[in-house]
Design a protein around this ligand. Structure first.
Ligand code: ZN
Length: 413
């Protein structure tokens, strides 16, 4: 490693990751730090304490995002490293947490080494990334995407509203409307995250330099035929909704080959057949369709082609179809300024790295709307994530933390 490159304090970082991994943990079931739950609040308290113990300021904005700030000066655009401390139920210890803890460690090292930085540096933990109340709440507030309607409608699966959940923690959700940062207040945003996919692990590489984050569309499709007796209705007199789904699903590979890119994905992850009896022809099927790519033109071409395919299959089989767009997220190209800084830091440290795309959504995708943004990935063992089996080797964590630190130093210099 180039001697000019900075090093994180491995022992301190390891201790922080370990301590945080016990907060919100239920024995053998993983971590439960869903936004504004007991576990999340305990994680927040711990993070604030660690910030203050480092001699840094802990600032909480209107969306309850927590910021550690080094050399804060509101007149100078800051360099932000961030991710999230909240988790899905039964989570592993690295998704989100790694990026937040390594960001704080980077600030501590920058502070201790006393090098001259031109810009303030912030380590941020964004609220509700994982979606108890819809997801990306904190980063959307910073990007100015949270509206009064959003606040009014946000609720969890049990019907608890975001406003109530925050009020129970003495937080006023309406203040999120004032958490917006202007583009000229952020110089750059970097997020270190586990890959949550198998690419780096398979290739035996420590670092992934993310070039783009995939966009997606999610549809809920309904095929409507006629439910009828499975024994008395001849095959040529049926309108079998499941056969329609099966034919459509069989066309997906062809549609991706014709209209997609090598990165395109399409997934039918949920299917409901009705009436749902072994001796009844399914008259109706409702299924989800999740399609992703990093190019918005390709996404549009895929949407058109999948629609045409659905329509052709339905016509041929005497079915009607309806579909609803559940969500659409635009793909994001990472900013070359940030990608170059990561590349430079990786090369100077002589680390084994590759460029890749992110197939999952992250806060970086939202922040990219207001500031140049980029991401650093470290391997996920066997690609596992959103599970207590989530694991990354320590030398890869250290490589990721050092890459984040030296990227921040470059961006802030
Ligand atoms: Zn995450």
């Amino acid at each position: 490693m180039n001697t000019a490159e900075l090093h994180i304090n491995a022992e301190r970082l390891r201790e922080d990751i370990d301590t945080l991994s016990h907060i919100g943990r239920r024995e053998d079931q993983g971590i439960y730090r869903m936004a504004f739950s007991e576990g999340d609040m305990a994680g927040r308290d711990w993070f604030c304490r660690r910030i203050k113990e480092s001699g840094l300021d802990c600032y909480q904005d209107g969306a309850a995002n927590l910021h550690a700030r080094l050399d804060w000066n509101e007149k100078i655009p800051s360099v932000i490293a961030g991710s999230h401390l909240d988790t899905v139920p039964g989570a592993g210890h690295l998704d989100g947490a790694l990026g937040v803890v390594c960001a704080l460690e980077a600030l501590r090292v920058l502070q201790e080494t006393n090098i001259d930085l031109k810009r303030p540096v912030e380590a941020v933990s964004f609220s509700d990334e994982e979606g108890r109340f819809g997801g990306m709440f904190g980063s959307q507030a910073v990007a100015g995407l949270v509206t009064p309607e959003y606040l009014h409608n946000a609720c969890d699966l049990d019907g608890v509203t975001l406003i109530t959940a925050m009020a129970e923690r003495d937080l006023d959700a309406r203040k999120a409307l004032r958490a917006q940062r202007t583009p000229d207040s952020i110089h750059a945003y970097v997020e270190l995250h586990i890959e949550q996919g198998p690419v780096l692990d398979r290739q035996g590489l420590s670092i992934g330099i993310v070039d783009a984050i995939t966009g997606l569309f999610k549809w809920e499709v309904t095929l409507i035929g006629a439910a009828n007796h499975a024994g008395t209705t001849p095959m040529n007199m049926r309108a079998d909704a499941f056969q329609g789904l099966a034919e459509f699903a069989g066309q997906i590979d062809r549609v991706l080959a014709e209209y997609g890119s090598p990165q395109s994905t399409a997934t039918i992850g949920r299917v409901e057949l009705s009436p749902g009896a072994a001796n009844v022809i399914p008259g109706r099927v409702v299924f989800s369709l999740d399609v992703r790519d990093t190019d918005s033109h390709i996404l549009k071409a895929l949407a058109d082609a999948l629609y045409r395919t659905l329509s052709a299959v339905s016509r041929r089989r005497g079915l009607r179809f309806e579909f609803a767009v559940l969500s659409e997220i635009a793909p994001v190209q990472c900013a070359s300024m940030v990608v170059d800084a990561i590349n430079d830091a990786v090369n100077a440290q002589g680390l084994a790295a590759t460029h890749l795309r992110s197939g999952a959504a992250h806060d970086a995708q939202i922040i990219a709307g207001v500031a140049p943004a980029g991401m650093i990935f470290v391997p996920s063992k066997e690609g596992r994530s959103h599970s207590s089996a989530e694991w990354t080797a320590w030398n890869d964590i250290e490589a990721g933390a050092n890459t984040l630190l030296n990227t921040l130093r470059r961006l802030a210099a």
